[in-house]
Ligand binder design. Structure first.
Ligand SMILES: Nc1ncnc2c1ncn2[C@@H]1O[C@H](COP(=O)(O)OP(=O)(O)O)[C@@H](O)[C@H]1O
Ligand SMILES: [Mg+2]
Length: 602
C-alpha cells in the first residue's frame, strides 16, 4: 500500500490526463452497455413480434424506448430491425472513438510517468556516494534503471488504463444487469469474490517468484557487463569457456525462474474461465424457468446472457491485474530502494564554502577502511600552497585511496583533513570539489564533441578561444585540428577513437580549462609510450604551474622535483622527504629508484 502511495506521487503531475482517461472510459463503457441492451427490442421483435418496450417497466426500458421508439415501425418488422441495427452500429462507433481517445491519454500517461521515474532514479543515482557504486554491480544498476522502470510502468498501465476501463465497463454492466433482473444479477455476481479468494495464494507465489527473477536477471547483466568491459582480460587468459559457464548458469537460472512464474500465472486464466462458465450456465437455467413463467421476456434473457458474457473478460483482467502488479511492485520496490539511499548532498554536513586554497592542506592522523581492515593508517603530512606532493608505493599500497580523500569521494574513518585549518567535512562538497581537479590513468571520454569533452559539464561557460587555449597548453590543439571536424569531432564509444596519449592530453586540457587550485594526478602518464609521454609531460608541467599538486607516479623520474615524496607501504608512510634526501637515506625509495634506473637506463 505504501508502495502504491509512493507511485501515486508520480501520477500527480499528470492528473489531468488521468481524469480525461477516466471520463473517456466511463462514456465508452456506458455506450457499450446500452448498445448491447438494444438486443432486447431486437430479439423480442424477432421472436415475439413485439418490441417488449412497455414504458414504465424500468428506467432502462424507458431509455431504450426513447432511443429507438421512433424507429420501430408498427407492422413492419424488418424496417424496425434495420432501424435498431443502425443505432447499434452508430453507438459502437462512437464508443470506440471514446475508447481510442481514452487509450491514447492512458498510453501517454504511462510513458510520461515512466520517463519521470527513470529520470528521477538517474538523477538520484548520480548523486550517491562513491561507496554505493563500489558495492553495487554495474550490471545491477543498469538493469534497475532500464528494466525496473519499464516493469514499474506495467503497474501504471494496469492502474491508469486497463483497470479504469475494466472497472467502468463492469460497473455500467452491473447496473444494467440489475435493472434487467436483480435476481439473475445477484447469482452472476456471487462468483466474483469466489474468484478473488481462489486466486490469492497464486498471487503471493507470483510476487515471490518475480523478486527472485529480478536477481537472476541481474546476474546475467553482471556477467555481460564484466565480459564486455574486461574483454581483453578474458581473451588474453582464454577465459571464454569459464565465462560461457558463468553465463549459461545465470541464463539457465533466469529461464527456470521464468518458467516457474509462467506456470503459476497461466493457472489464473483457466480458473476464472471455468467459474465464469458455471455461472453462465446457472443463469441460463434459472432464466429459462423465468421466461417459461413469463416473468422475463426472451429478449431480455438473451441480452442478459450476452452482457454477462461480456462481463467476463474485464472481470478476468481485473483479477489478473494484481498478478501483473506483483511484478511491477517488485520492480518499483527496487527503484525506491535506490531513491531511499541518501545522496552525498543529503549526507553532507558541510556548511562553509571554500573559495580558494590560501595556505595548507593537512592530513592529521588519517586512517581509512573500506569495511574490513585499514587501507590507510595514521597518515600525517601537510602540503603548502604550490607544493608538489608525490606518492610512491607498490600497487595496493593505498595511494589512490589517499587522494580520493581530498575531494571527499570518501571520508576518513579516523583523523581529519584540513583545508586552511578547516576540517574538509565542514566545507560543502560542491565548493570543495570545485577546488580540485583530477587527471587519472583511465581517461574517460564522453560520447560528445572534442569541445564538449574539454569543457565537460559547462560548455556554455567557456568560449571557443578559451577551450583552444587550454588545448594548446595541453599540447592537444595540433592533433585536434587534424581530426575530421576539428573541435566538433565526436569522440567516445561511438565516435572517433584517440590514442592513450591523445586522450590524456584532452584530460589535461579539461583540467587546465577549469583551472583548479588543487590538482590530483593519479598515474596520469603510466600507460603512455615515450613520445606521447614527452608531450604529455610538457602539458603536465604547464598544468602544475601555480597549483598544489598530489601526484602518483610509477616512473620516479617524473617526480624528482617534488617538494615532498611520501613512500607508502600497506597504508603507512614509511619514508618521506625530497628525492635527494630519500636517495641519501638508502631505504625503500632508494631501492625502488635503483631498480628503475637499472631497468631503463634513460
Ligand atoms: N572500493 C573499494 N572497496 C574495497 N577495497 C578497496 C576499494 N578500492 C581499493 N580497495 C583496496 O584498498 C587498497 C588500496 O587500494 P588503492 O588505494 O587503489 O591502492 P593504489 O592506488 O596504491 O594501488 C587495496 O588493497 C585495494 O584492494
Ligand atoms: Mg591506484
Amino acid at each position: 500500500m505504501r508502495l502504491y502511495r509512493r507511485l501515486l506521487v508520480f501520477l500527480r503531475p499528470h492528473r489531468a490526463r488521468l481524469a480525461g482517461n477516466i471520463v473517456c472510459n466511463v462514456i465508452g463503457a456506458a455506450l457499450d452497455g446500452v448498445a448491447f441492451t438494444l438486443l432486447i427490442p431486437f430479439l423480442n421483435l424477432l421472436f415475439n413480434n413485439d418490441d417488449g418496450l412497455k414504458v414504465g417497466k424500468s428506467w432502462l426500458i424507458d431509455l431504450l424506448h426513447a432511443l429507438v421508439g421512433q424507429l420501430i415501425v408498427p407492422g413492419d418488422r424488418m424496417a424496425s430491425l434495420r432501424g435498431i441495427s443502425i443505432v447499434i452500429v452508430a453507438m459502437v462507433i462512437v464508443k470506440n472513438v471514446f475508447l481510442w481517445m481514452g487509450g491514447q491519454l492512458g498510453a501517454s500517461l504511462q510513458e510520461r510517468i515512466t520517463r519521470d521515474l527513470r529520470d528521477t532514479v538517474f538523477r538520484h543515482m548520480q548523486r550517491l556516494p562513491l561507496a554505493w557504486f563500489s558495492r553495487t554491480k554495474a550490471g545491477q544498476i543498469m538493469a534497475r534503471i532500464l528494466t525496473d522502470t519499464e516493469q514499474a510502468k506495467a503497474i501504471l498501465a494496469e492502474v491508469a488504463t486497463r483497470t479504469i476501463q475494466n472497472l467502468a465497463q463492469v460497473l455500467v454492466t452491473i447496473v444494467i444487469l440489475v435493472t434487467m433482473s436483480w435476481k439473475l444479477a445477484l447469482i452472476s455476481l456471487v462468483v466474483v469474490p469466489l474468484i478473488a479468494i481462489l486466486l490469492q495464494p497464486l498471487l503471493r507465489r507470483l510476487r515471490q517468484g518475480h523478486r527472485r527473477l529480478r536477481n537472476e536477471y541481474g546476474e546475467i547483466t553482471s556477467v555481460l557487463q564484466e565480459v564486455i568491459s574486461g574483454v581483453r582480460l578474458v581473451k588474453s587468459f582464454r577465459g571464454e569457456y569459464y565465462e560461457d559457464d558463468r553465463f549459461t548458469t545465470a541464463s539457465g537460472g533466469y529461464t527456470r525462474g521464468m518458467v516457474r512464474i509462467t506456470r503459476i500465472s497461466l493457472l489464473s486464466g483457466p480458473i476464472t474461465e471455468v467459474l465464469g462458465t458455471v455461472v453462465a450456465v446457472i443463469v441460463l437455467v434459472i432464466g429459462a424457468g423465468q421466461v417459461d413463467q413469463q416473468i422475463l421476456d426472451a429478449g431480455t434473457l438473451m441480452a442478459f446472457m450476452v452482457l454477462v458474457m461480456r462481463l467476463l473478460p474485464p472481470l478476468k483482467q481485473i483479477f489478473q491485474a494484481p498478478t501483473v502488479a506483483q511484478q511491477s511492485l517488485a520492480a518499483a520496490e527496487r527503484l525506491f530502494q535506490i531513491l531511499d539511499e541518501p545522496t552525498e548532498e543529503q549526507l553532507d554536513k558541510g556548511t562553509r564554502t571554500a573559495s580558494a586554497l590560501e595556505n595548507t592542506i593537512e592530513f592529521d592522523r588519517v586512517s581509512f577502511s573500506y569495511g574490513d581492515g585499514k587501507v590507510l593508517t595514521d597518515i600525517t603530512f601537510s602540503a603548502r600552497r604550490g607544493d608538489v606532493i608525490a606518492l610512491v608505493g607498490a600497487s595496493g599500497a593505498g595511494k589512490s585511496t589517499l587522494v580520493d580523500l581530498i575531494p571527499r569521494f570518501i571520508e576518513p574513518t579516523e583523523g581529519l583533513i584540513a583545508l586552511d585549518g578547516v576540517d574538509t567535512r565542514e566545507i560543502t562538497l560542491a565548493s570543495l570539489r570545485a577546488l580540485t581537479g583530477i587527471v587519472s590513468q583511465d581517461t574517460v571520454l564522453f560520447n560528445d564533441t572534442v569541445r564538449a569533452n574539454i569543457a565537460y559539464g559547462s560548455t556554455d561557460r567557456y568560449t571557443q578561444a578559451q577551450v583552444e587555449a587550454a588545448a594548446r597548453a595541453a599540447n592537444a590543439h595540433a592533433f585536434i585540428v587534424e581530426l575530421p571536424l576539428g573541435y566538433e569531432t565526436v569522440l567516445g564509444e561511438r565516435g572517433t577513437r584517440l590514442s592513450g596519449g591523445q586522450r590524456q592530453r584532452i584530460a589535461i586540457a579539461r583540467a587546465l580549462l577549469v583551472d583548479p587550485p588543487i590538482l590530483i594526478l593519479d598515474e596520469a602518464t603510466s600507460a603512455l609510450d615515450t613520445e606521447s609521454e614527452r608531450l604529455v609531460q610538457e602539458a603536465i608541467d604547464r598544468l602544475l604551474a601555480g597549483r598544489t599538486v598530489f601526484v602518483i607516479a610509477h616512473r620516479l623520474s617524473t617526480i624528482t622535483h617534488a617538494t615532498q615524496i611520501l613512500v607508502l607501504d600497506r597504508g603507512r608512510v614509511i619514508e618521506r622527504g625530497t628525492h635527494a634526501a630519500l636517495l641519501g637515506l638508502g631505504g625503500a625509495y632508494a631501492r625502488l629508484h635503483g631498480l628503475q634506473s637499472g631497468e631503463s637506463p634513460a
